[in-house]
Ligand binder design. Structure first.
Ligand code: SAH
Length: 358
């Protein structure tokens, strides 16, 4: 039975399911989930991420990580962690750039937080014989050294609940069946289940809450407060609390209906950065948020692009297009944000002087 058929049978028997449950099944169902069976990243696949746009992205993040290590006092051991490393393109660029800072890579134990078996295999192929360790969760890494944690387009995979404002209050949006027995969105009949503190909004507004994102924010904040160090999360998301229906399915670089092809398309929501960072702050860490464009420009992406163009003039136009795509307001520069969670006493590079955002 296909995932669609199994979802339909399950809903016919047990009733409608939350958007979060639907997302989790589509992404991680062991037999048919997108990441469990057929993740396709890159130009030939379903979606392109910043590391695939240009090597400059991962290289600057690598230098950022090495500088964090230096500002931590060059400890003899750090855990260098990437969450959701995809095909390890970014990590390869991070490690190549990290070589520029003597001692950094020798001090770094590398951990990959990944639950997708096909992507673990792809990471192993890309990284060759470099010693790395895979875990399923951040909590599986020993908290015995400072952490430098990186993630690009990881948080947007964490399942979210959706609530719709009706004239009687907030009602949960769910996936049920229509009169033809096909998957369809609907509203929970009673108003129970909406978390407290949802904003006031006009009827029809949609508000998203991701319990998994908030729980990760909390666990991450507590971990960083305990071990020291710094985490960097780059993702498509919002900087303020606002209503929007951002559930999106991508297949072959084209948006498809989120209910159209369960398990065959990537399914994401925009990241609720205010919620994520407030949870990390509450748990004892410091936080800051900026745009991807602002972050990369502060780290010197302009000079890096000029270097690349000088050493390979034939590619100057391509490099310029890549630069614009990463930092331009009409590309990823404004829509993508960079969230930083760090310990007391550390001034993370590119966030110097930033006021704690939460
Ligand atoms: N960072 C890569 C890949 C982004 S796709 C890039 O920018 O190209 C999302 C990644 O997160 C994939 O590696 C996916 O398998 C992983 N992932 C998604 N949900 C996860 C979860 N709950 N736990 C661990 N990894 C997860």
């Amino acid at each position: 039975m296909s995932l669609r058929e199994r979802l339909i049978a399950g809903i016919a028997e047990g009733g409608p399911i939350s958007i979060a449950k639907y997302m989790a099944r589509c992404l991680h169902d062991p037999a048919d989930g997108y990441y469990a069976t057929r993740p396709r990243l890159g130009a030939e696949g379903d979606f392109i991420t910043a590391p695939h746009v240009s090597q400059m992205f991962g290289e600057l993040i690598g230098l950022w990580a090495a500088e964090v290590w230096a500002r931590l006092g060059s400890p003899t051991k750090v855990h260098l962690v990437e969450m959701g490393p995809g095909d390890a393109t970014m990590l390869t660029d991070v490690l190549r750039a990290g070589r520029a800072v003597p001692g950094f890579l020798a001090a770094a134990d590398i951990w990959l937080v990944e639950i997708s078996a096909p992507l673990r295999a792809s990471q192993a192929r890309t990284l060759g014989d470099r010693p790395v360790q895979w875990v399923r969760d951040l909590d599986d890494i020993p908290a015995d050294a400072p952490m430098i944690i990186l993630a690009n387009e990881f948080l947007d995979c964490l399942p979210a609940l959706q609530f719709v404002r009706t004239d009687r209050g907030w009602a949960e949006r769910r996936v049920g069946l229509n009169a033809d027995g096909e998957l369809a969105f609907g509203l929970a009949p009673d108003l129970q289940g909406a978390p407290p503190g949802l904003p006031d909004a006009p009827a029809g507004s949609v508000f998203e809450v991701s319990p998994e994102l908030l729980s990760l924010g909390w666990r991450l904040g507590a971990l960083i407060a305990k071990t020291g160090g710094c985490a960097l999360f780059v993702d498509y998301g919002r900087a303020i609390v606002e209503c929007a229906d951002t559930l999106q399915a991508l297949s072959g670089h084209t948006k498809v209906g989120p209910l159209e092809r369960p398990g065959e398309a990537d399914l994401t929501v925009q990241v609720d950065f205010p919620g994520f960072l407030a949870a990390a702050h509450e748990a004892g860490a410091l936080t800051a948020l900026t745009t991807q464009g602002g972050f990369l420009i502060k780290l010197g992406i302009g000079a890096r692009a000029a270097d690349l163009s000088r050493s390979n003039p034939d590619r100057a136009e391509v490099v310029d297009r890549q630069l614009q795509r990463l930092v331009g307001a009409d590309g990823m520069g404004e829509l993508f944000k960079v969230a930083c969670v760090h310990g007391d006493g550390l001034e993370p590079p590119a966030f110097e002087g930033a006021v704690d955002g939460s």
